[in-house]
Design a protein around this ligand. Sequence first.
Ligand SMILES: [Fe+2]
Ligand SMILES: [Fe+2]
Length: 382
Amino acid sequence: MTVTEPDVRSDDATAFDQLIAKVRAEFDTQFTWDYERGRDGLNRLYEKAKRSQWNVSDDLDWSIDVDPERMIRLQAEATGVPAGFPARSLLDVKGSPVASWNDDQWVDFAVNSQCASLSQFLHGEQGALICTARLVESVPWIEAKYYGSTQVVDEARHVEAFSRYLNEKMPTTYPINGNLKSLLESVLRDERWDLVYLGMQVVIEGLALAAFGLMLGTSQEPLLKALLRYVMADEARHVAFGILSLQEIYADLPADEFRLRQEFAYEACDQIRRRTLNAELWPNYGIANEEIEALLPKQASQQSFQQILFSKIVPNCKKLGLLDHRDGWLRERFQEMHVIQFEDWENTAEALSLDGPVNDEAARSFDPENLEGVEIIETITN
Ligand SMILES: [Fe+2]
Ligand SMILES: [Fe+2]
């Protein structure tokens, strides 16, 4: 069973148009003529970012040969989790469309699932690149413009890294998932710049940190592991940037405005919750997404997998006061989603040591083997 690549013909006059998507937005671009730098947290983050730059071309060993099928089999051996998990739990479901699949088919599915995940990472990274560029334009604080500009460079590097990995090492790339696309578009259409922070820095990047941590916890492929470590160290700063900035904004926000942020956070979480069923994958195996949607969400393994993706978002929302505003409205939503158990996990701003002196000698040395903010998430096996 082989998955074919999307039909985009380079000789077609419309091919280029098919590869371009536009979002129309109206928002204020803000200059600030106040160069005073009073926000210590953001200043420290900016110093940390400038010392933590790495280069996709030089710092990763692209000579490593990657055999995707072997990588999946090795991973299954090493982790004890069979290839194609958690979808593979549908093997035991009577009448499921994959009930007759053998191990080779699951390995093929797992390779494509890995391609699909990496593709969504790639597209999400481009979304982050564009959202961060927007922030640099629209945020009125000089410290945030400074820091945001380092994140623009980080995100370009992440797009470059995932794109190169997919092109050089993996068999195929998938288009952006519909839910991720509509979330990115709604973030970018909004004129309120703080919603870019909330949608991108807190929700999408929080999801990414957990997804990268999960992949790092299972993959046995050295190039991918190194790539993920570098990217995660950057992402932890990005999420911290969101938290530090939003804490200040939310401190003075009127209750009805804050309520809108609560609802926006929930809507964004709901969008990405519906993202995890591999909708871009199943039709290539002749299986309708409806069939999978009727079965897979009931599987305990799928539920655990989906829940752990919120392990960064929930504590960060708590840190921002979003859980308990308005009689715990978001807390209730997270309870319904069965993700409230993560509320007391370490939030990402605390995970980075931003309280130390800025010119501390240790902070000056950038050690790729010991990157701050890289947290491996244990494999889900039940
Ligand atoms: Fe990124
Ligand atoms: Fe990021």
